[in-house]
Design a protein. Structure first.
Length: 287
């Protein structure tokens, strides 16, 4: 059966480095500052935000979580983003998605100062990532964390077939760019893709971020493939499960569990990147 890729263990290592870097920055008068904005009370988002808040607190960041009511207006959200854009004690700004339907998420993302866009969603940052040019720009934390995991487990990427299922701006699109920059041959699949099973079966590395339990079954996976399950689905009985069926572990060479795979890496990478942004914005060195 497949090697279990232990996201918790790797996240712990990353967090230890982040703690050291935070101490180094703090001793130079810079406390990494992370502002998280949440609008409404989506229960899943509330859990993610609490986990981020807890980790930032443990790392002794300047951690600010602003919870706005479901009824918040577009102007209120934009004003808050602009406030943190101007605040020198804040180095990273994250607006938890999804926003309530009456708000314009695109405009919110466009308002975040690109150098503080810790989720890498601003078109300037996403564009630099795709063009593979420039330096000192943030990259979406989930795909960046996936790249770290693959690196830690020595999964080769150059020349390999990578299939990404799901094309969100937060996961699928930046992952495609990162894989392309790592010299993989990448295919991006989504809800309109025909013959998904045939496609996924060609993958040496299969990454799935859809939000549908059991979407990927054993017959869709090449024997020995590395499978990265980004999905987080809450079943009726309350258990958390990914997009990949349990039986895939009998076919894959390596696989991430849910929970304990990609999730902890996302949070660790968010903290790692906040420290990085703090260093860039203040001209300090970390590491
Ligand atoms: P999303 O919900 O914005 O979009 C889903 C994507 O799946 C779309 O691109 C759609 O085209 C595609 N899709 C839908 N049905 C499909 C099908 N039958 N076949 C192929 N593709 C299909 O995506 P998201 O925000 O990236 O979230 C996806 C999942 O990943 C969710 O379960 C989310 O909770 C989870 N997630 C986890 C983390 C983490 O840190 N572990 C981070 C972000 C998202």
């Amino acid at each position: 059966t497949a090697t279990v890729i232990d996201g918790r263990a790797v996240a712990k290592e990353i967090n230890a480095v982040t703690a050291t870097q935070t101490a180094a920055l703090t001793s130079q008068g810079v406390i990494p500052g992370l502002a998280v904005i949440m609008v409404g009370d989506d229960p899943a988002s509330a859990i993610y935000v609490r986990n981020k808040e807890r980790r930032a607190g443990k790392l002794q960041f300047n951690s600010v979580v602003k919870r706005l009511p479901e009824t918040a207006t577009q102007v209120e959200v934009l004003d808050l983003v602009r406030h943190y854009n101007q605040d020198p004690a804040i180095h990273g700004i994250l607006v938890q998605s999804p926003l309530p339907a009456h708000l314009n998420e695109e405009e919110v993302v466009m308002t975040i100062a690109p150098q503080k866009d810790v989720d890498g969603l601003h078109p300037k940052n996403l564009g630099q990532l795709f063009a593979n040019v420039g330096h000192q720009y943030p990259v979406a934390c989930t795909p960046k964390g996936i790249m770290t995991l693959l690196d830690r487990y020595d999964v080769p990427l150059a020349g390999k077939q990578v299939v990404m299922v799901g094309r969100s701006r937060l996961v699928g699109k930046p992952l495609v760019a990162l894989m392309n920059n790592a010299d993989a041959t990448v295919t991006l699949a989504h809800r309109h893709t025909h013959h998904l099973a045939e496609l996924t079966k060609t993958a040496d590395v299969l990454v799935v971020a859809v939000g549908q339990a059991n979407l990927i079954t054993a017959d869709m996976v090449k024997p020995g493939a590395t499978v990265i399950d980004v999905g987080m689905n809450r079943l009726a009985d309350g258990t958390l499960t990914g997009d990949v069926a349990a039986e895939v572990a009998n076919v894959a060479g390596a696989i991430t569990p849910v929970p304990g795979g990609v999730g902890p890496m996302t949070i660790a990478t968010l903290m790692q990147q906040t420290v990085q942004l703090a260093a860039w914005q203040t001209g300090k060195q970390v590491q």
